[in-house]
Design a protein around this ligand. Structure first.
Ligand SMILES: NC(=O)c1ccc[n+]([C@@H]2O[C@H](COP(=O)([O-])OP(=O)(O)OC[C@H]3O[C@@H](n4cnc5c(N)ncnc54)[C@H](O)[C@@H]3O)[C@@H](O)[C@H]2O)c1
Length: 391
């Protein structure tokens, strides 16, 4: 992630230093940025001149002290609170008073990271999506100590870098990793069940993936995507969010995924995950039944919309930032709050209530805001905004 972020900053015209405690890694990062950039030149995406200029702005820092003149430092080291706190406390001793200190953490509390600093008001989360050069979203996460000026400065940088910033409350999973949980969790749950005759093996996965892509308009199905992200990473994110939510069963990880993780079936990178990527392995065919597919998609979408509505209800982010985050960070075909308006809060609430009756489980607990919206007959977007969105 660090090299991708450095690439973005250098491409936008900033002199950029890369520091890594493993000396060789910084040099390797610059090498790999060079290769990626050379490919972009070949494809005609950037000119040779732009690429040369970007490379010239990059250098490897030999020690942390080399960062003393920086205006902004984005930390993207190992996801461990103590190690992150140590580097923030070391950095604070050497940087200028106005230097902004940001963390690319995906799951730790920004407030905890900042708490080690004397000037915690200049610390914030700056969460990029992988690959940072391609994904436009950046979640800016103020800790409770963060000054609004810090948020403004980080927002200006991200806009200057051609990214789409959103502001997220410092809560587990921020926006995307919180709201996206049922995309994976509910799909696995459907697979685990004897649900409307879906087989629990590869045909079942292929059928769910097909339904979400074909009928939902998503670029990738949940099982394909988990195999791409890595089941180790996806499982860990799910488990972290669940633990940090004080074991709210709505976020409970799945044993199916844990077993894959334990078996080293991480997905594409290990050659096998939900699917088998070995040469010659049979590619499973989905059951292309539009009615069944529609039911699968509706169940997953219902839970996603419920998460988005609840995130809005709990002030995790604004309406526009919630919708932007899911489209720009994970390529959803539509913002979920907009989708809620389109389908109707009453329909989503009805779906949840019937799932709740069938299962008697907390995971189908509707957001109180859905109930209120139905009572008040309200929507997220006004009619005139719809017109604007459609055009
Ligand atoms: N991989 C992703 O998709 C992704 C997405 C968003 C955010 N993140 C976050 O970005 C951070 C980095 O993730 P990654 O996947 O790039 O990890 P990684 O393991 O690939 O890279 C981490 C780098 O940090 C270096 N490092 C470790 N401890 C250090 C220290 N004390 N000082 C200096 N350098 C140190 C390592 O040598 C390594 O090169 C994590 O906080 C992660 O949660 C990752």
């Amino acid at each position: 992630m660090g090299s991708g972020i450095a690439h973005v900053a250098a491409a936008a015209g900033h002199s950029t230093l890369i520091y890594d405690s493993n000396q060789a890694a910084a040099g390797k990062a610059i090498e790999s940025i060079g290769k990626i950039s050379a490919r972009s030149v070949e494809k005609g995406k950037v000119s040779q001149e732009e690429s040369d200029g970007m490379i010239a702005r990059l250098s490897a820092a030999k020690s942390l002290n080399d960062l003393s003149g920086c205006d902004l430092i984005i930390e993207a080291i190992v996801e461990n609170l103590e190690i992150k706190q140590k580097i923030f406390s070391d950095l604070e001793k050497i940087v200028k008073p106005e230097c902004i200190l940001a963390s690319n953490t995906s799951s730790l509390s920004v407030t905890s990271i900042a708490s080690i600093c004397k000037h915690s008001e200049r610390v914030a989360g700056m969460h990029f999506f992988n690959p940072a050069t391609l994904m436009p979203l950046v979640e800016i996460v103020p800790g409770i100590q963060t000054h609004s000026e810090t948020v403004r400065i980080i927002r200006d940088y991200t806009i200057q870098w051609g990214k789409s910033p959103v502001v997220a409350k410092d809560t587990p999973g921020f926006i995307v990793n919180r709201i996206a949980r049922p995309f994976y969790g509910e799909s696995i749950r459907i697979l685990e069940e004897q649900w409307k005759g879906i087989p629990s093996g590869e045909i079942g996965m292929a059928t769910i993936d097909w339904a979400i892509k074909e009928l939902g308009g998503f670029r990738m199905g949940p099982f394909e995507l988990m195999d791409l992200i890595g089941n180790d990473i996806n499982y860990t994110v799910t488990e972290t969010v669940w633990k940090q939510m004080y074991f709210d069963s709505r976020y409970r990880p799945s044993i199916t995924q844990k077993r894959l993780f334990e078996a080293g079936r991480f997905g594409k990178k290990s050659g096998r995950g939900y699917y088998n990527y070995a040469e010659g392995a049979v590619i499973p065919e989905p059951i292309r039944d539009r009615e069944l597919g529609g039911q699968i998609f509706s169940r997953v979408l219902t839970l996603l919309i419920n998460e988005a509505v609840d995130a809005y209800y709990l002030h995790i982010a604004t309406r526009d930032d919630i919708d932007l985050a899911m489209t720009k960070g994970v390529n959803y075909p539509k913002g979920l709050l907009r989708w809620c308006d389109e389908l109707g809060a009453d329909v989503i609430l009805g779906n949840l209530n019937s799932l709740r009756i069938d299962y008697a489980e907390e995971r189908y607990r509707p957001s109180p805001l859905l109930q209120r919206m139905v009572k008040e007959n309200s929507k997220f977007y006004k009619a005139e905004e719809w017109h604007h969105l459609k055009n």
